[in-house]
Design a binder for this molecule. Structure first.
Ligand code: PMP
Ligand code: PLP
Length: 493
């Protein structure tokens, strides 16, 4: 029996903003498509500089090779890298052979389509298919300059001034800074230890009063479902399904900004084996790893209402300035029109090196090996910071939920136990601790800096600490120092 055909996305083009509707196809790019169809055509069209005049003759990149899946023992000892290989990129095209890239510099240094490099994009689509299994037929991917760029692009595609937009009550500051010039009205939804509260989301949508609010019910939600920045929270499968059901009921488009998806970790065992011995469990097979990941919003989406933003920043390197958007073809086409007049495409050198690394040196399975190793490395670091917090932060004053993904721990400090509560506001106490921290040579981010609605009163005193930026020994030292700051401010031993 043939499986039933996969349906196409629901037509959600009514969400597209007035600005985005005005974008037209680039006539230059349209003309170039004739050359792709018939390479014998002689072109006097686009002003492509001659590759002979590119003064970069050769690029070599030595890349790490992650240990093969079969060699994994089930315990991480920080030994996941094998001998690297050197990839050479020349101007001339060469036959494929490990180390000699087929991605020639004449191509890499030339103008490219607004989708980004076709071959790299094909790899990313295959990866997306393997991990997220999109459930409708006309999904597509397009390359971006990372998630900051992708966010700005999709916000401009979907927001008209005055629109209400939903997001977590605490957000990545660049998200809010990117939204502000588009003049939406932001609604921050309170979070608990599992992220955005679906009961509050339902309450807002169910009881929307257009007159009282002076505007239509929100049609857009931005969320960071895994290892949220700054709260570190990861939304579980059941809550994701409820959020998606609400999105369908109320015709919301969801922007899933998910740079920490692969940094999902095993549960933290308090007072368990000493993390400093560097042993954390790792899945024996890649299939086991992939199956352990919480389903993305994209993977739950049967209607084409999720735009998923992936970035290489946290899994390869931020300086690649490369990522991709996955979503319904109608939206991806609008992004392409925007890319043509903005980013154009990510840097050719960056795409060539990523192609050499991902497509030629690694391939799909070895990329997953890399991700397995990487999340083990972050697990070691997370366990170090959590152990240091248990040791150095005063219990009864400081509390937190061990993060299950990402790079951040969100620490709450008691307001009532502060000696000057009632006299100082929560924000003032955060600033007092922030400054005392700097005097003690530890920099930690006050929670109120992440508020989606800065004018709203703070619910509590929060700080965001990352365990990604400095080596584990320094993380311990920094937490010890922060612990001293908290103790002396609160007047406890
Ligand atoms: N402005 C003008 C006047 C141009 O001729 C070109 C290239 N044809 C561009 C901008 C685009 O330049 P870039 O490749 O730096 O985006
Ligand atoms: N989105 C979130 C939630 C982030 O935490 C970050 C990085 O800090 C970004 C986007 C930026 O990512 P990129 O480097 O891909 O622009």
């Amino acid at each position: 029996v043939k499986p039933p055909p996969v349906p196409a996305a629901v037509d959600l083009s009514h969400h597209i903003s007035a600005e985005s509707r005005l974008r037209q196809q680039s006539r230059l790019k349209m003309a170039s498509s004739y050359l792709t169809r018939d390479p014998s055509i002689l072109s006097l069209a686009a002003g492509l500089p001659s590759p002979a005049l590119f003064p970069i003759e050769e690029v070599t990149a030595r890349v790490a090779m992650p240990q093969a899946e079969a060699a994994r023992s089930g315990v991480w000892k920080g030994d996941g890298l094998q001998e690297g290989v050197t990839m050479e990129f020349l101007k001339t095209k060469r036959c494929t052979e490990l180390g000699k890239s087929e991605y020639d510099l004449s191509r890499a240094l030339q103008y490219e389509q607004g989708t980004g490099s076709r071959k790299l994009l094909d790899f990313l689509k295959e990866h997306t298919e393997r991990i997220h299994h999109p459930q409708y037929s006309d999904w597509d991917c397009i390359m971006t300059g990372g998630n900051t760029h992708a966010m700005e692009t999709v916000f401009r595609m979907l927001i008209n001034p005055g629109d209400y937009v939903l997001l977590e009550e605490f957000a990545f500051p660049e998200t809010v800074d990117s939204l502000r010039p588009l003049r939406p009205r932001l609604i921050g939804i309170d979070v608990d230890e599992e992220g955005m509260r679906v009961d509050l989301l339902a309450d807002i949508l169910d009881n929307w009063d257009e007159e009282a609010r002076g505007g239509k019910r929100p049609h857009l939600m931005y969320m960071v479902p895994t290892g949220q920045n700054p709260t570190g929270a990861t939304i579980g499968t059941e809550r994701r399904k409820k959020i998606y059901a609400l999105a369908c009921k109320y015709d919301l488009v969801i922007i899933e900004d998910d740079p920490y998806y692969f940094l999902q970790m095993p549960a933290y065992v308090r007072h368990g084996t000493s993390p400093s011995d560097g042993t954390v469990p790792v899945p024996k097979t890649n299939a086991e790893f992939v199956a352990s990941l919480v389903p993305s919003m994209l993977s739950l989406d049967s209607e084409g209402r999720v735009l998923r933003l992936d970035s290489f920043s946290k899994v390869i390197a931020p300086g690649t300035r490369c990522g991709w958007i996955t979503g319904a073809a109608v939206f991806v086409e609008r992004v392409l029109r925007h890319n043509e007049v903005g980013l154009q495409f990510p840097s050719g050198i960056s795409m060539a090196v990523l192609h050499g690394l991902l497509v030629e040196a690694w391939g799909q399975d070895m990329y997953v090996n890399w991700l397995v190793n990487l999340r083990a490395e972050y697990t070691v670091r997370r366990d170090v910071i959590l152990k240091a917090m248990d040791e150095y932060l005063p219990s009864g004053i400081a509390s937190w939920t061990p993060p299950a993904a990402g790079m951040f721990v969100w620490i709450e400090l008691s307001y009532e136990k502060h000696p000057r509560h009632g006299h100082l506001s929560k924000e003032e106490i955060e600033m007092e601790l922030f400054e005392a921290g700097i005097a003690k040579k530890v920099l930690i981010m006050p929670g109120s800096w992440f508020k989606a609605e800065p004018e709203k009163l703070s619910r509590a005193i929060f700080f965001r600490a990352t365990f990604a930026a400095v080596p584990p020994e320094q993380v311990r030292a920094a937490i010890r120092q922060f612990g001293e700051v908290v103790r002396s401010t609160y007047g406890v031993e």
